[in-house]
Design a protein around this ligand. Structure first.
Ligand SMILES: Cc1ncc(COP(=O)(O)O)c(C=O)c1O
Length: 394
């Protein structure tokens, strides 16, 4: 079994990489260590690079399409990794998950309809609702002290005749919950009662870092299967988001047909040659690499949590069940949004995602990406400690 080296430090600068090369453009910061965008500082696995290289030996990069094997490889992966049965004919494509969310919102809601989100949540959720002239309804998560939970009472109270859809993040970015069967069943009962469609972003499903299973939303009940769309991708799992190749699952053929109509209208069904090659290579050959990645991420998470608890107790950290993102509660530092951002970016010299960008409930928090070599992670944590120690003395 091949052993992979996640300790290797790779210089990603000057590769048109958002995380390193666009920090000034996005945040006005030049030299802070970037632990923001959710990709990993590890090598994309060799079996993916090799498959791409092999394809590039052929001199023509003409029009491509997603062949039978493409959909079968997704179906097989979901079965072997998550015991989730999905027939290849229930799977379709999407350039990215966010693009797919847009297609779903456009097809299954009307302008002026209300769409529910559970904030703090991945911020493009807000854009896909607002930019399509739909209304955002916030159903903030409850913080029980040690973990975040869905607030079903609040959810029920917010539903009106204009509410048509719930945008679910399962597992959840940024709070790291892999929602339990019970939680999803409760959500499903509410969706069923109010005739809501659930669009579930399951892009982090493979990154299970706390021995907890992930429950695909469509596996919860017949209603969920027939009234939902799931989005997934190899992009987070195998560090290939630059290849813009994702997939969607609709067990209801009518929903699939309507989604595909949107996809075809925009001529997005073909995908790109290298992304299609990468997806099949990932799902056919990726298990060993992924298992080793998860072990490494777990070590990074353990190390970080231990470090925060012992060295920076002013910042409370939540152990994620899924994803390589840590959700940090920095409210005890007593800073407002701008001060906290300035503190991390300029005083500590680390670029983390400010919590307020994830919507209501995110204020006073920061999101930290720990998918990087341990030596670099240690460096980042020490920078935070130094700045917090100085702040406490001031
Ligand atoms: C929950 C979630 N959905 C979607 C994405 C991005 O998906 P894509 O690049 O396929 O649009 C991310 C990336 O961070 C994410 O965390």
């Amino acid at each position: 079994m091949k052993k992979y080296n996640f300790d290797k430090i790779i210089d990603r600068k000057n590769t048109d990489c958002i995380k390193y090369d666009a920090t000034e453009q996005f945040w006005g910061v030049k030299d802070a260590m970037p632990l923001w965008v959710a990709d990993m500082d590890f090598e994309t696995p060799d079996f993916i690079i090799d498959a791409i290289k092999k394809r590039l030996e052929h001199p023509v990069l003409g029009y491509t399409y997603k062949n039978k094997n493409h959909f079968e490889s997704i179906s097989n992966w979901l079965k072997k990794r998550h015991d989730f049965e999905v027939a290849p004919e229930h799977i379709s494509g999407s350039p990215g998950v966010v693009a797919g969310l847009n297609l779903a919102i456009r097809e299954f809601t009307e302008p002026g309809d209300e769409v529910i989100v559970q904030s703090p949540v991945y911020f493009p959720f807000f854009h896909v609702i607002k930019e399509n002239q739909r209304e955002i309804v916030y159903n903030p998560l409850k913080n029980s002290g040690n973990k975040f939970e869905m607030d079903f009472e609040d959810l029920t109270s917010k539903i009106t005749p204009k509410t048509k859809m719930i945008l679910l993040c399962n597992p959840h970015n940024p709070v790291g919950r892999a929602w339990s069967k019970e939680e999803l069943s409760q959500l499903d009962r509410i969706a069923q009662k109010h005739n809501l469609m659930v669009v579930s972003d399951e892009i982090h499903a493979d990154i299970l870092v706390n021995d907890k299973a992930y429950t695909p939303y469509a596996s919860i009940s017949d209603y969920a299967a027939q009234n939902s769309i799931i989005f997934g991708a190899p992009s987070k799992t195998f560090n290939i988001p630059g290849l813009a190749t994702s997939f969607m699952i609709a067990k209801n053929p009518e929903i699939k047909k309507r989604y595909d109509h949107q996809l075809h209208t925009l001529h997005l069904q073909k995908g790109n040659i290298l992304g299609n090659i990468a997806l099949t290579a990932a799902y056919e050959k990726g298990e060993n690499w992924l298992d080793q990645l998860l072990d490494y991420l777990k070590e990074n998470i353990d190390y970080s949590i231990d470090f925060f608890n012992k060295e920076i107790p002013q910042i409370k950290v939540y152990r994620p069940e899924a994803s390589f993102l840590l959700w940090l509660d920095a409210r005890a530092l007593g800073m407002d949004n701008e001060e906290l951002k300035d503190f991390f970016f300029n005083k500590a010299g680390v670029l983390l995602n400010p919590g307020y960008t994830f919507g209501p409930g995110g204020e006073g928090f920061m999101r930290m990406n720990i998918a990087l070599p341990k030596k670099e992670l240690e460096k980042a944590l020490k920078k935070i400690k130094k700045a917090v120690d100085k702040h406490m003395k001031e």
